[in-house]
Design a protein around this ligand. Structure first.
Ligand code: FES
Ligand SMILES: [Fe+2]
Length: 419
C-alpha cells in the first residue's frame, strides 16, 4: 500500500513533478513513418503537453507546441515551409528549434522592432528508428536513442499496433510485473468469454503458478515462474518476459517478439504501441518493407455497452483483457486502497527501481537506461524461453485461434497467402 502522496509521486507526469522529470529523460515513440506518409502534421500529446509533429518541405521532422504563441491557433493546421511550419492564422513561421523566424505583418510595418526575436515556442528533438519517430522532451545533453534489438533488427517483417488507453501509465506497467494475472485474466476469463460467445473453451488446461520470481538485470527486470507440472529446473523458470525500464515489456517468442511500449500522454491517458517483428519460417518470403510501409493497426479499447454489458467479442484476446483490467482500476489507480500479497512482489521491486531512478535524477545523475555512447552496440534483450518454438507459421495458427494477433494486418495477409 502506498500513501496518497507516494501515489502522486509515482503517477504524475507533468513538467516539474518528480516523475515528470524522470520520464523526461527517455525517448518515446510518437508516430510511425507510415502514419506520416500522406499527411504533413499530426497532433501529439506527450507528458501532459499538446504538440504538433510536422514534416517540412525538405523532408525534416519537427515537434513543437501545438498552440501558436501569437494568439493560440493550433499549428496542426500549420503550413509546412522549406525549414519549418507557418501558422495558418497570421503567418508566423517557426523552425524546428522553436525560434520564430518570420512575422509577416510585424516584419513589414516595423522590421527594426524585430519582435520575432523575443518569441520562442517549445520545441523537442526527434529521432527515427525501426519505422518509428521518437521524441525527447528532457534536458540537454540529449541521450542516445537506445538501440533495443527489435528497433534495429534486420531480416524481419514488422507491424505496429496502437491504442489510446484511458488510464495512467503506471498501472499498465505494474501489470507487466504481475505474472499471476496471466492465469486468471488470460485463461479463466478467456474461457468464460468463449462461453459467452458460444465458442468452445480456449484454454483446456489452465496452468496455475506454483512460484514466481524476479531478477534485476542490466536493463530492467526479468520475470521467472514455475507453472503447474513444471519444475524450477525448467528453462521457463530462468527467463520470462523482460520489463525494460521504465516503460517497455518485451513479449512474444523468439520468432515473433514484440515490444509493448507504454507512453504517458498525460496523467490519465497512455499511448500504447505494440511493436512486433516476425521472422518468417523458411520458404515464406520476406516482404520488403520500406519504413513508411510498415502496417499499422489499431486495437479497440473495451467498454461497457449502454446496458452495462461487457463487449465480449473484444475480450477474447490478451490485449482486450489487459486493457479492461487497467482502465477499470480508475484513471489513476488509488494505491492507498491496495492490499499487496506475495503475488505482487514484482510490483514492489519495480517501484523500488522507479524510486532509485527518481533519486538519481534529483541528485543530478542519469537514471537507469539513459545511454550516452553514440556508437553503442544494439542491446539484445531476452525473450521467454518457454516459447522457443514459434514461427510465422504457427503464429498464423495463433491468429486463427483468436489471440492478440487477431488485429494483425500482416498475419491476415500471410494467412490468406498460405491457404
Ligand atoms: S495565432 Fe498564429 S500567427 Fe496568429
Ligand atoms: Fe496480460
Amino acid at each position: 500500500m502506498l500513501s496518497s502522496e507516494q501515489n502522486e509521486r509515482l503517477t504524475r507526469v507533468g513538467s516539474g513533478t518528480p516523475m515528470g522529470d524522470l520520464l523526461r529523460r527517455y525517448w518515446y515513440p510518437i508516430a510511425t513513418h507510415a502514419q506520416m506518409k500522406n499527411r504533413d502534421t499530426l497532433p501529439v500529446r506527450l507528458l501532459g503537453e499538446d504538440l504538433v509533429l510536422y514534416r517540412d518541405l525538405s523532408g525534416a521532422y519537427g515537434l513543437i507546441a501545438a498552440r501558436c504563441p501569437h494568439r493560440s491557433m493550433s499549428l496542426v493546421y500549420g503550413i509546412p515551409t522549406e525549414c519549418g511550419l507557418r501558422c495558418a492564422y497570421h503567418g508566423w513561421h517557426f523552425d524546428k528549434t522553436g525560434a520564430c523566424i518570420e512575422q509577416p505583418y510585424e516584419d513589414t510595418e516595423n522590421p527594426e522592432g524585430r519582435f520575432k526575436d523575443r518569441i520562442r515556442t517549445p520545441a523537442y528533438k526527434i529521432a527515427e528508428s525501426g519505422g518509428m519517430l521518437f521524441a525527447y522532451m528532457g534536458p540537454d545533453p540529449v541521450p542516445v536513442l537506445p538501440p533495443y534489438d527489435l528497433f534495429v533488427a534486420k531480416d524481419v517483417m514488422r507491424e505496429i499496433g496502437y491504442a489510446v488507453v484511458p488510464c495512467n501509465w503506471l498501472q499498465i506497467m505494474e501489470n507487466s510485473l504481475d505474472p499471476i494475472h496471466v492465469e486468471w485474466l488470460h485463461q479463466h476469463l478467456r474461457n468464460y468469454v468463449a462461453g459467452k460467445l458460444g465458442k468452445p473453451e480456449k484454454i483446456r488446461n489452465p496452468q496455475s503458478h506454483q512460484k514466481i520470481g524476479f531478477d534485476v538485470f542490466d536493463y530492467g527486470i526479468i520475470k521467472r515462474r514455475v507453472l503447474e507440472g513444471r519444475s524450477e529446473a525448467d528453462e521457463d523458470w530462468t527467463t520470462g518476459h523482460p520489463v525494460v525500464f521504465p516503460n517497455i515489456l518485451k513479449s512474444g517468442s523468439v520468432s515473433s517478439p514484440a515490444f509493448q511500449i507504454r507512453v504517458p500522454m498525460d496523467d490519465t491517458q497512455t499511448a500504447y504501441w505494440w511493436y512486433r517483428c516476425y521472422t518468417p519460417e523458411s520458404g515464406v518470403p520476406l516482404h520488403p518493407q520500406p519504413k513508411d510501409e510498415i502496417p499499422l493497426f489499431s486495437a479497440p479499447v473495451p467498454q461497457l455497452d449502454d446496458t452495462g454489458l461487457p463487449q465480449w467479442d473484444i475480450l477474447d484476446n490478451n490485449s482486450g483483457q489487459d486493457i479492461v483490467a487497467w482502465i477499470t482500476q480508475g484513471p489513476i489507480a488509488n494505491r492507498s486502497l491496495e492490499n499487496l500479497g506475495r503475488s505482487d512482489k514484482g510490483i514492489v521491486l519495480y517501484r523500488k527501481l522507479l524510486e532509485e531512478s527518481l533519486q538519481a535524477v534529483a541528485a543530478g545523475k542519469d537514471p537507469m537506461n539513459v545511454f550516452r555512447d553514440p556508437d553503442m552496440a544494439p542491446i539484445d534483450l531476452p525473450v521467454e524461453k518457454a516459447k522457443l518454438a514459434g514461427t510465422a507459421g504457427n503464429v498464423i495458427k495463433g491468429l486463427r485461434s483468436g489471440n492478440t494477433t487477431k488485429y494483425s494486418p500482416l498475419l491476415k495477409e500471410l494467412d490468406t497467402a498460405s491457404r
